[in-house]
Ligand binder design. Sequence first.
Ligand code: BJW
Length: 232
Amino acid sequence: MSAYKRIVVLTGAGLSAESGLSTFRDKGGIWAKHRIEDVATPEAFARDPDKVLEFYNTRRKSAAGVKSNAAHEALARLEKEHPGEVLTVTQNIDPLHEMAGTRRLIHMHGEILKKLCAHCGAKEAWENDLSTELVCHSCKKAGGMRPDVVWFGEMPYQMEEIARALGACDLFISIGTSGTVYPAAGFVMDARGIGAHTVELNLEPSEGATLFAQAIHGKATEIVPAFVDELL
Ligand code: BJW
């Protein structure tokens, strides 16, 4: 049985790669095909909302029918069977953690299956295409409907709750993330700062690999279930 009482798991695009979703910074990844400044900033949305909405409409369509994989399922099992606390913080906007059964979950970069009104902040579940003609159910204005995702320069969600969990954890596990985007890339330092054990599970050493006390490299669907088995 695990000696750890409070575990924080951070996940990134590599966790969903074997479910068929693209990562961002791997060869042929999303940022090899699109410029961040054109599709993933509030300025891009203000300048050319149709282009940004089209980018996310395509991403939403490509996520339809995608299934969680053995790594998501192992993390759901960890939450269910670990006798202490487990908080999963994902940078992913897909719904695969929920699909696998994870319940204590923070989508720090938002969710593709929700829309957000840039005028009034109203949020709603949304599975269809977004367009500039769409009217907000709450403020009745058109032109502001955007995906509920966190773009560069915007504040990630639930940072206080994440900081509280990182400040109390004794194990921090980072999975399938390149460790290039802040504040998530800095979580390992927060966990180290309070003496937590830190582990990276990734296909290859990430940008911040040397900051972790332990690193296991390989495919998420192989190394995550094995690591969870060992923990439990
Ligand atoms: C596998 C695998 C397999 C593959 N198995 N592994 C200068 C210095 C420092 C910071 C800044 C700076 N200038 C600006 C900033 C801040 C900026 C930032 O970090 N920029 C950096 C690029 C430098 N950050 C922000 O603006 C954030 N907000 C912010 O900082 O607010 C202020 C603040 C301050 C203090 C506290 C709190 C707040 C917002 C960032 C928003 C990021 N948004 C995106 C798009 C979201 C919507 C969407 O999906 O379209 O989020 S960008 C994109 O990157 C997406 C991801 O969540 C994020 C991270 O990517 P991830 O998940 O790591 O994917 P990859 O592709 O990079 O890596 C995948 C990894 O998996 C690889 O290592 C593979 O090897 C591995 N892998 N297959 C296991 N089968």
